[in-house]
Design a protein around this ligand. Structure first.
Ligand code: NI
Length: 179
């Protein structure tokens, strides 16, 4: 397991449409997935797509603890859940759109306001090649939309109504925005 370098827009791989994975059960792909999880955790971030580590393949990892915004302080937040999705496809999108702020590990120090579908259903293969379906809403749905965009070379700045530089002092606190 090793931490890979996260690329920025100066590397053309980030803007390329990534290729579907034929069979995730190869040593190379399993290694890539392990490295992506380690890289996401080290960043830290809540999601990472293979093109962000300069591999043009349709693989995404997400790790996110779904907690309501109004979670009382004396209640333990839920354990983060890890998702590994291969060849993901959004098969259903809510009509409802929601505004939110996003950041990206490939564009450190910046954030933007992006409108996303409030809920999505994602069809994919899991890391062993088994078909799965995930229904996600709110922040998790936003993360999936952001990551799946990466597989088509799309960055949140392409969709943002506004992009700004995060003040140095706030960058640590905004770790949850990094995808
Ligand atoms: Ni990103």
């Amino acid at each position: 397991m090793s931490i890979r370098e996260i690329i920025g827009p100066s590397n053309p791989v980030l803007r390329r449409k990534a290729k579907a994975v034929d069979n995730p059960n190869t040593a190379e792909t399993q290694q890539l997935i392990e490295d992506m999880i380690a890289t996401m955790r080290a960043a830290p971030g809540v999601g990472l797509a293979a093109p962000q580590v300069a591999v043009s393949q349709r693989i995404v990892v997400v790790e996110y603890a779904e907690a309501p915004d109004d979670l009382p302080e004396d209640v333990e937040p839920p354990e983060p859940k890890l998702y590994v999705i291969v060849n993901p496809e959004i098969v259903n999108r809510s009509d409802e759109l929601v505004d939110g702020n996003e950041g990206c590990l490939s564009l450190p120090g910046y954030a933007g306001a992006v409108q996303r579908h409030q809920a999505v259903t994602v069809k994919a293969l899991n890391r062993r090649g088994k078909p799965i379906k995930i229904k996600a809403h709110d922040w998790l749905a936003r993360i999936f939309q952001h990551e799946i965009d990466h597989l088509d070379g799309v960055l949140y700045i392409d969709r943002a109504s506004k992009v700004w530089k995060i003040p140095e002092a706030d960058q640590e606190r905004d770790a949850a925005l990094r995808e």
